[in-house]
Design a protein around this ligand. Sequence first.
Ligand code: FES
Length: 57
Amino acid sequence: MAKVELKCTENGPILVMVDGKTTAALCRCGGSKNKPYCDGTHSKIGFKAEAKDIQVL
Ligand code: FES
């Protein structure tokens, strides 16, 4: 079974990692024009958030 991890990056997107490889970057700032994916807008609008790992069962 694949190991799936979600990593909230500091001031940036949520990285979806499968078996240690990043497979997607999801927007969590709300500003992306390509939702649900991050398009880099977070850095232009000054999005601030802590880094955090989310366990996937
Ligand atoms: S987190 Fe990158 S555009 Fe929203």
